[in-house]
Design a protein around this ligand. Structure first.
Ligand SMILES: C[S@@+](CC[C@H](N)C(=O)[O-])C[C@H]1O[C@@H](n2cnc3c(N)ncnc32)[C@H](O)[C@@H]1O
Length: 213
């Protein structure tokens, strides 16, 4: 998939609803203040990076793919920073960013446990990492048999598998929350999303949040 087509999905009614729903949950978990620094690992076209920059954060997007980064750079505010790099070896010293975010990216990274450890290492305060949930309707629709569309080749996890990635890391207050319970994006799906508690681990996107300890 090319970056323009990927980013255009966020302009469709369903894509915008999914993006905004995930953004709101991630923003609530990070609880960042304007002026805080944020690194978005596997930023892709920078849709989430731009959303956080619009909240007044000093946002940096990092991705391994120069074409996707070029798209992000062309569509972001000039004050935003874009860096080519590998999530498994982040080019930053320990505790370089107040907050570190990563949405639907580590599921494509070869050694995602190492990438999670790197995110924890460079975070000073909090991190949020979004993974695809195998215990979800989204998995049944888009994830089976190798996955389809933008989900092709992604790994899908359960909540307990994700918790295990953080054992032994300097993290406290580890929380798992989920969003996108009915992935259709219909009126019913939007209503259900408002009623179902995000602590239930059956949404298509599982967010793991923690504080640096
Ligand atoms: C599905 S996109 C997600 C983009 C964005 N976070 C979003 O949610 O719209 C996955 C991104 O992960 C990036 N990626 C894959 N492996 C990576 C690695 N080892 N280091 C950094 N980025 C990586 C890809 O280049 C791609 O841009």
């Amino acid at each position: 998939m090319n970056p323009a087509d990927y980013d255009a999905w966020y302009d469709t009614p369903r894509g915008r609803w999914i993006g905004e729903t995930e953004f709101r949950l991630a923003a609530r978990l990070l609880a960042a203040a304007p002026g805080d620094s944020l690194l978005d690992v596997g930023c892709g076209t920078g849709w989430f990076t731009r959303r956080f920059a619009a909240q007044g954060l000093q946002a940096t997007g990092l991705d391994a793919d120069p074409d996707w980064l070029a798209f992000a750079r062309a569509h972001g505010d000039p004050a935003m920073r874009w860096v080519e790099g590998d999530a498994r070896r982040l080019p930053y010293a320990d505790a370089s960013f107040d907050h570190v975010l990563s949405i639907a990216a580590l599921c494509f990274v070869g050694d995602e446990r190492q990438a999670a450890a790197e995110i924890v290492r460079v975070a000073r305060r909090r991190f949020v990492i979004g993974w695809l949930n195998r215990d979800s309707l989204l998995y049944r629709e888009k994830g089976r048999h190798g996955g389809s569309g933008a989900y092709r080749g992604a790994r899908w996890h359960t909540a307990s598998e994700l918790r295990e990635f953080f054992s032994g890391l300097p993290v406290h207050e580890l929380k798992l929350r989920s969003a996108i319970f009915l992935p259709s994006g219909t009126k019913l799906a939007r209503y259900v999303e408002k009623c179902v508690p995000d602590a239930l681990p059956w949404g298509g996107m599982l967010l793991v949040a923690g504080e640096k300890g």
